[in-house]
Design a binder for this molecule. Structure first.
Ligand code: ATP
Length: 195
């Protein structure tokens, strides 16, 4: 009688232990799954941060602002479809670089930023400009700020050598529609010209 009582209590305690262990495992699995989904959602809702993970050292807005003398026109190199390029001296790295500040009001600028971060992160080629790092921050006015930091090409762009007067034009603050049309026409003439 006593033996069967002991074997019953033993069975009950084994059953309870197995039940508790199973519950604990289910709980741990639930927490891990929840945590994994949360991290995954954070990455997709903020693609900039995942794109920037590739860089060893991110750079702050204040640091870039100082390095370009407040993005002064004296440091302006040129401007393109999605932003303006400035020459900057990075004191910690003791290096002169080119900083492309993206104009986020321009449609496609953010996409261009993310694409460049993703595509140029591992590219090392003597004929391609090296993307050193990027800046994803908020400026002093509280606006989103994105910049790409490239190795400075001292000889400037191929465009500068082919059409120096056109590149100088882009440094001017504003161009009229006629100026732009003439520039496009000259470009298409150059492209269609075959010697
Ligand atoms: N790494 C660099 N070093 C020196 N000058 C640069 C560098 N990157 C850009 N520049 C200068 O800044 C100008 C603008 O460059 P940006 O990349 O914004 O325009 P882009 O080449 O016309 O490309 P897109 O319009 O597609 O953005 C170039 O024409 C070039 O003179």
């Amino acid at each position: 009688m006593e033996t069967s009582y002991f074997s019953l209590s033993k069975k009950v305690s084994i059953g309870v232990s197995v039940g508790v262990a199973l519950l604990l495992m289910v709980f741990i699995a639930y927490i891990s799954l929840h945590w994994f989904i949360k991290i995954k959602n954070q990455q997709t809702s903020n693609p900039t941060s995942s794109a920037l993970e590739v860089f060893h050292g991110k750079i702050s807005y204040a640091y870039l602002r100082n390095a370009t003398d407040g993005f002064s026109s004296s440091n302006l190199i040129g401007s393109g479809g999605f932003g303006t390029v400035f020459k900057a001296f990075l004191p910690i790295e003791n290096k002169v670089v080119a900083v492309k500040v993206l104009n986020l009001h321009r449609r496609g600028a953010m996409k261009s930023f993310l694409t460049e971060c993703e595509s140029l992160k591992d590219v090392r080629h003597r004929n391609l400009v090296k993307l050193m790092t990027a800046c994803s921050s908020i400026d002093f006015q509280g606006n989103e700020f994105r910049a790409l930091i490239y190795e400075l090409m001292p000889n400037r762009s191929l465009d500068m050598w082919l059409h120096p007067e056109e590149v100088e034009e882009t440094r001017r603050p504003s161009r009229t529609l006629t100026d732009k049309t003439l520039r496009c026409k000259r470009r298409s003439y150059c492209l269609s010209y075959k010697p």
